[in-house]
Structure formats: C-alpha cells, structure tokens
Design a protein around this ligand. Sequence first.
Ligand SMILES: NC(=O)C1=CN([C@@H]2O[C@H](COP(=O)(O)OP(=O)(O)OC[C@H]3O[C@@H](n4cnc5c(N)ncnc54)[C@H](O)[C@@H]3O)[C@@H](O)[C@H]2O)C=CC1
Ligand SMILES: O=C([O-])CC(=O)C(=O)O
Length: 333
Amino acid sequence: MSEKQPVKVAVTGAAGQIAYSLLFRIANGDMLGNEQPVHLNMLEIPQALGALEGVCMELEDCAFPLLAGMDTFDDPARAFEGASYVLLVGARPRTKGMERKDLLEANGRIFTEQGRALNDNAPDDVRVLVVGNPANTNCLVAMENAPDIPRERFTAMTRLDHNRALAQLARKTGVPVSRITRMTIWGNHSTTQYPDVFHALVDGRPAFDAIGRDRNWLENEFIPTVQKRGAAVIEARGASSAASAANAAIDHVRDWALGTANGDWVSMAVPSDGSYGVDEGLVSSFPCRCAGGNWEIVQGLEIDEFSRSRIEASVAELREERDAVRSLGLVPA
Ligand SMILES: NC(=O)C1=CN([C@@H]2O[C@H](COP(=O)(O)OP(=O)(O)OC[C@H]3O[C@@H](n4cnc5c(N)ncnc54)[C@H](O)[C@@H]3O)[C@@H](O)[C@H]2O)C=CC1
Ligand SMILES: O=C([O-])CC(=O)C(=O)O
C-alpha cells in the first residue's frame, strides 16, 4: 500500500452499466495513478442499493491494493462530502430512436439536486465530470446550481467522441492511435458535434494530408461515423456504450488531474469563456491542455469557413438546450 492519503472519489449511478466498468478501473489506479489510494463514495437511488451491494462485494473480491475503503449512499449530500472528484454518471440512458436531448427534462432534474448538494457539501478541491446525458447541458445545470464552486471545476465528457475520432483516423491511415495527436471535438456531445481533423497530426504530419486530402471521406464518412457512433452501438448492443464510456471518463479525469503530455491536447466540454466565438457560460467541447490540476482552452487555432459553420451549428444546439432548461426552471434565468 502506498504512503499517500486516500483521495475520495464519488460516483453516481454506481449500480449502472458504465459504473460496472468505471469503479473497477478507478480502484485499480487507472484514473489517479498507481500510487494513489482511493476511497469510493457510491451513490444510487434507493431501489438500486441492493444491486450496489453486489457491486461492493465484487470490488472487495478484487482485493485492489489501492482501494482504501468504500461507502454507499442514496443521499447526494452525504455522498459528495469530502469528495475531491465527483463523476456524475447516474441518469437514464437513451434507447433506440431517441436523441440525447430527449432526456433533458427527466435527467436535468437530477443535476439540479446534485448541483445544490455539491454546492453545500463538496470540499474546496472538488472537480466534477458529468457523463449522464445530455452531458453538456446537465453539466450546465449542475454548475448553475452550485454558485459557490468555481465554474472551471465543472466539465462534461466528450472524450469518448475524441477517442472514437482517433480510432477512425487510425483505421483510415493505418497509423496506430498512439501516433495521432491534436484531435479536437467541438461543441455538444450529440450528433451536431464537430470532430475536427484540421489541426490533428498523424505521425507528425497534417492529418488532412495523411488521409490524402480526401474531403469525401472526411465529410461523408468520418464526421457522420463519429457523430452517430453512440446510436450505432445502441443499435448493435441493444444498450448504450458502457465500457468505452467508462474508459473515456478515466482518460478525462486522469489527464485533468495528472496533466496532458508532450504538447498534445484532449477534448473536454468546459464552460466557455467566449473563446472561438462560443457564448460565454455554455458548456462546450474545446481542445484543452491540462497541468497542475487545471485545464486551459488551446488558443490561436485557425478555423476555416467549413469548421466555423460546423462549430456554430453545435453551439446553436447548446443554446437551445440552455434555453430549454431555463424554461423548465432547472437553472436560474
Ligand atoms: N457522455 C458520454 O459520452 C456518455 C454518456 N452516457 C450516459 O451516461 C448515463 C449512464 O449510462 P449507463 O450507466 O449506461 O446507464 P444505466 O441505466 O445502466 O445506469 C444508470 C444508473 O444511474 C442510477 N441513477 C438514476 N438516477 C440517479 C440519481 N438521481 N442518483 C444516483 N443514481 C441515479 C440508476 O439507478 C442506474 O443504476 C446515461 O445518461 C447515458 O446516456 C453513456 C455513454 C457515453
Ligand atoms: O449514445 C448514447 O446515448 C450514449 C452516448 O452518449 C454515447 O455512446 O456516446
């Protein structure tokens, strides 16, 4: 066992399918490093606490050296006490034929309550990742209901889209994902998202050259494949992505906590400061670099007409979602 003090990590939706992969990865040290003990605070609705007991038994049976302790809760206020990292996963997933924003009302209410609970109970060093859909706007709801927590502590997950884009580009170019850098997802975690290869590098050279400047592939295969990958998995599996979503959550928090390497960047949905013309306060995906536990939007990228219109379309959807949660009374007007 390491000498370090355990860090508390709260995970909501702890008996759900994403958590069934996520909790084990966290306990294994994949998220905060293999010298950092963790204590898991797991939140569920009362009806799922029985199933959660089973998950706890399995966590125990793994005998993870870094798992210093675990507790289960059905009260967010108690679950968030002392938690340095809070992963808000618990929410209804969409099923076949739905768009993620169809979940806005049902899931948005969860994030009002959890935002308030974070505001009143989370420690000063809390960092929040929202995974539950629609992730960007749920994050906005939580953030707006937690006025005492600095806004930059709220992020939402577009890392799965980022990883999907890396995988598609690797498949097209025949170059391993490890040699592809500077991928960017802009906007919403939805079908309007814009996976942007124009700044990406494949083996150090521009990705657009590496794909043979094949605009047809880019516009008619790559972009739609990444945008619709979530639906494709639901169609094939009968349930939404779980292990890959958990993996992306691990990647997101690991890079935020421990830093991005070698000048590379990652995609994170973060509250906009107006960069790249994205309305201030919307939680939108940007290229981000992380160091010292903080993220920063990569500045100065050239955005051509094509990219600009794609980003604008996704931001327009985020605006609509923000207006919808405002009119539902989930965030202050
Ligand atoms: N941002 C992203 O890239 C992705 C997001 N997702 C989203 O993540 C969410 C969770 O997905 P799954 O784990 O597959 O769903 P799931 O239905 O298997 O699990 C969700 C769990 O959340 C619990 N839950 C519901 N309300 C809660 C509350 N108020 N507090 C605590 N727990 C609560 C449920 O009891 C359930 O056990 C869904 O909204 C899904 O759409 C899924 C994949 C990727
Ligand atoms: O598509 C869904 O509903 C689940 C999800 O967010 C994803 O897989 O990207």
